[in-house]
Design a protein around this ligand. Structure first.
Ligand SMILES: NC(=O)c1ccc[n+]([C@@H]2O[C@H](COP(=O)([O-])OP(=O)(O)OC[C@H]3O[C@@H](n4cnc5c(N)ncnc54)[C@H](OP(=O)(O)O)[C@@H]3O)[C@@H](O)[C@H]2O)c1
Length: 271
């Protein structure tokens, strides 16, 4: 039976500040079956997220959380535990493909350094590989998700529940035909392995929980914006379309689906 069969569904959207995560927050709040949504943001909440707190003051709680800091993960989950002992749905929407780090902002840059030296961009060739940038991809895209799995277990073991992580088809090793984007690809492949492995441990320790990986399809967000030029319009989804497609996958999950990697249309992707 689907987690959406519950009339008091409580959800936690990690990375709910913008893009796909923000749209999950919006669509869940529009569903009367959802009694409460916890949404995390990294620094200052976006105006869109703040607007939702004004519209739903009793059903939305904001939590500050940088996924690269395990203490912040623990603190956010401890805060949820002061309100409830269970969640039925957790969706981790955190991810980076490109990033301008504080030291890459013009005001913080010495005259000699260039923007491309200190900002994170997907690598087109082996010559562009740098270990600190690979580590950043893994910290944000892979390690945060398995730390969440570590700390969420008590909240996910009481009821039928789902922990979904937004992965990417580009992290499929079997599907890799064109190469490039080493760090993003490898960090999503690692995410897939972490969640598949956690699903096996959860099947023993929290057997009512289903853990899955979801490929959203190319979606019009800040993450994809610099790379949309060659995407045909019919293959570029709005966040609204992406989220309603992913929610219908989540609604139909069965216990035996735990540990699987689904595409936006419900088909299974190769590892
Ligand atoms: N858009 C696509 O075409 C596409 C395709 C395949 C897969 N995906 C995946 O879908 C997921 C959502 O991406 P999106 O398109 O919605 O991108 P987005 O609009 O750029 O949103 C990224 C989210 O990640 C959060 N984030 C980044 N670094 C973080 C950190 N260190 N700690 C906590 N939160 C952090 C951001 O929070 P702040 O707002 O606080 O920065 C934001 O909420 C990602 O995992 C992405 O890889 C997207």
């Amino acid at each position: 039976m689907s987690v959406f069969a519950s009339s008091t569904l409580q959800a936690f959207i990690v990375g709910g500040n913008r893009g796909i995560g923000l749209e999950f927050v919006r669509q869940l709040l529009a569903n009367p079956q959802v009694s409460h949504v916890y949404a995390s943001h990294r620094q200052v909440p976006s105006p869109d997220l703040l607007q939702l707190t004004v519209a739903h003051p009793d059903r939305l709680t904001l939590l500050s959380l940088d996924i690269t800091d395990e203490t912040q993960i623990q603190q956010a989950i401890s805060h949820i535990q002061t309100q409830t002992d269970r969640l039925q749905l957790v969706i981790n929407c955190v991810g980076i493909l490109h990033e301008t780090r504080p030291e890459a902002r013009p005001e913080a840059r010495p005259e000699t350094s260039s923007r491309s030296e200190s900002s994170l961009q997907p690598e087109k060739s082996l010559q562009q590989i740098q270990s600190d940038r690979l580590l950043r991809y893994f910290q944000v895209n892979s390690i945060g998700a398995v730390l969440l799995a570590k700390h969420l277990l008590p909240l996910l073991k009481l009821d039928r529940s789902v922990y979904a992580c937004i992965s990417a088809k580009i992290g499929s090793i079997g599907d890799n035909q064109i190469g490039g984007w080493y760090g993003y690809r490898a960090s999503k492949a690692a995410l897939n392995m972490f969640i598949r492995t956690a699903a096996i441990e959860y099947s023993r320790k929290a057997p009512k929980a289903i853990l899955v990986l979801l490929h959203p399809g190319t979606t019009d967000t800040q993450l994809s914006r610099p790379f949309q030029r060659n995407v045909p319009p019919e293959k570029l989804f709005s966040p609204q379309r992406t989220v309603s497609q992913l929610l219908s996958i989540l609604e139909n999950l069965q216990p035996e689906d735990s540990g699987s990697f689904f595409s936006w249309d419900g088909s299974r992707l190769p590892w």
